[in-house]
Design a protein around this ligand. Structure first.
Ligand code: SAM
Length: 306
């Protein structure tokens, strides 16, 4: 199944692309958003296309001299910009979080509860341990906590217990077994019963929330004044991080403080001075959701460095 870029028009509009601008696509995936940025760029414009999954870059590489491909985690944004000498020169950064349809629908990657494949779930298949190894070695209590925290799964205890039992007796060997196991416990949800369990394991295994946190903090140092930060998230855990980050750096709450400020308060203000202006929050239209089911839970948040 081909990947349809989510909120394409909206994210491209948010960037107000300059002909000779320098842009970062921090989640290149199948190149859907990058392609559209390139259409709006002149011959001297530049896109740094980052993806931690080398398979995605290899498969969807576009032959265009304005793109530089970087197979690294986006938490390295600052280092990447230092390397290419573009710190504080970036006109816009986009994030389209999670995984692409290419990754989701490839059974060998282990992300899908709808297919039969190895329990892998790593974004970069050359690094770290697989979901299978994680489930094998993790303690019951920790697994239950992960399902609760990263999947907001009500039946976290029951599922964790069954996973540990089944894996010990070699009855949990692939994505199909895991999906079946969860379905034997979770009956009612408006989405597939295994959605939350798969999401939780994937987020934990790939350290997704910490990655996002670090990357967002990096953006403040690499964007130029006036540069745009646009982030598409797909679940409440991600969106909370984006929203909190944008709020934190876009306002200074002085309501509860007595004026004049003491030295500690002054130092705090200087350290956390306003660096962002929140521009907008956009949801996909009904039409987009009808045409692309993956877009149903997307939220685009846009801020500008000031
Ligand atoms: C939703 S897809 C992006 C799709 C892309 N915008 C398009 O239109 O084709 C997200 C991509 O981000 C990548 N990714 C996820 N976490 C990452 C991280 N920490 N660092 C770099 N890339 C990451 C995934 O491998 C995946 O290809």
């Amino acid at each position: 199944m081909s990947h349809k870029p989510v909120l394409l028009k909206e994210i491209i509009n948010s960037l107000h692309i300059k002909k000779n601008g320098i842009y970062i696509d921090a989640t290149y995936g199948c190149g859907g958003h990058t392609k559209e940025i390139l259409k709006n760029l002149g011959p001297l414009g530049k896109v740094y296309a980052i993806d931690y999954d080398s398979q995605s870059i290899d498969k969807y590489k576009i032959n265009d001299q304005r793109i530089t491909y970087i197979n690294k985690q986006f938490s390295n944004l600052k280092k990447i910009c230092l390397k290419y000498n573009v710190t504080q020169k970036i006109d816009g950064i986009i994030f389209d979080l999670g995984i692409s349809s290419y990754q989701l629908y490839n059974p060998m990657r282990g992300f899908s509860f709808m297919s039969h494949g190895p329990l892998d779930m790593r974004i970069n298949t050359k690094q770290g341990i697989t979901a299978y190894d994680l489930l094998k070695k993790i303690k019951l209590k920790e697994l239950s906590f992960i399902l609760k925290k990263y999947g907001e799964e009500k039946f976290h205890n029951k599922i964790a217990k069954k996973i540990k039992q089944y894996i010990m007796f070699n009855q949990l060997n692939n994505t199909y077994d895991l999906s079946k196991l969860v379905c034997s416990i979770v009956k009612k949800y408006n989405k597939h019963p295994a959605t939350r369990t798969f999401q939780a394991i994937r987020i934990y295994l790939n350290n997704e929330l910490k990655e996002l946190h670090k990357a967002l903090n990096n953006t403040l140092d690499i964007l130029k004044i006036g540069g745009i930060l646009s982030v598409i998230s797909f679940h409440s855990l991600e969106d909370r991080i984006v929203k909190t980050f944008m709020k934190k750096f876009s306002s200074i709450n002085i309501c509860n403080l007595k004026i004049p400020l003491n030295d500690i308060e002054l130092a705090y203000f200087f350290k956390n001075k306003c660096q962002l202006k929140i521009i907008n929050r956009i949801f996909p239209t009904k039409l987009e959701i009808n045409n692309n089911y993956q877009a149903r839970s997307a939220i685009l948040r846009i801020a500008q460095k000031i």
